[in-house]
Design a protein around this ligand. Sequence first.
Ligand SMILES: [Zn+2]
Length: 423
Amino acid sequence: MIEMLFRAIDGRVDELTSLTQDLIRFPTVNPPGEAYTPCAEYIGERLKAKGFAVEYVRGVGTPGDTDRYPRTNVIARFEGKQPGKTVHFNSHIDVVEAGAGWTVDPFEGVVKDGRVYGRGTCDMKGGLAASIIAAEVFIEQNPDFAGAIEISGTVDEESGGFGGVAYLASKGYFSAPRVDHVIIPEPLNKDRICLGHRGVWWAEIQTKGKIAHGSMPFLGDSAIRHMGALLDAFEEELFPALDKKQTVMPVVPEGARRSTLNLNSIHGGQTEDFRPGLPSPNVADACRLVIDRRFLLEEDLSDVKREITEILDRLKRDRPRFDYAIRDLMEVHPTMTERDAPVVKAVAEGIQAIFDREPQYVISPGTYDQKHIARIGHIHDCIAYGPGVLDLAHQPDEWVGIEDMVQSAKVMAVALERLLQGH
Ligand SMILES: [Zn+2]
């Protein structure tokens, strides 16, 4: 049976390639969210012709949603002959801007040396195409299968997924009993299974001061100097402490196998916008710092926050005139699917069958749409698995290997066989 699936996929290499090219030719750049509707309709029409029931769901009122840039998602469902479990393949259709440095047209879908080049080939239209071919071949070969297969093309993953998976999850599209197992074909490499991601806390910290003439700073109070005191404390105690926090999560790359903090941006004092290079001669009465803290399964978000507010409170106690405000910007809890979860075992079997070795189990340093499926949809049988080299994502001359897509499609077909046919 498996051999038949593999042979059928091998017979569809040209189709898999041209499907990827077609998807690349929709410049679904986010922001602003260009060409979402035609791309979603292209996917929907193809799957409808194969017998899927197709729905379009617009993320009405979500960030960026306008009549000019509607957040159009597509969800297609193929119902088997008998009731059973549902396997859902979720891919985001948005891509980041092309940027500079390309040697080919990023939206032409150039095929060269066994690769398809273009923005979004690796992240993640190649994975979407592989899952479509895998599902279609499985359905052809198993006309009487029990259960259902869903394929979705969703928007805005690159900007947080609010108009895409988060919106759909809030409407029940990613919950039991509709869906049981979810595979997200993000480019984590064809022989690796991504079980989840670290947590995220973004916050804005403001230090306060008092404005005065720049020639007499002693009459004011510099918010920038107060922020400097905070950064000193971060250097002396926080960064070394974070470095020591190791995790059992198999995060890749290894450098991310600990707690991290990025200082995203800092701005203090008067704007330089209206007189470039010549700001007003004032003492800064405010300074704003945006932080990006990535945390581990072993950490509690309230402890993560307290670690920073304790430093701020101590400065407030000990440093004359120090005052601050802190505001949450974003919170995402870490998530890690168990290794013996059905979808993990099914994909692992596929990897074993194709590559003759155990998969590598990894955790992503950053987040992706799995967070919404876990938190809003309450589905924990979810992984990321797909073709493509993660490092190529968002780079110029992004590409996906055709053979990698073929092998991934085979792994996905084995997973379907295992999850829906039980063998
Ligand atoms: Zn992606």
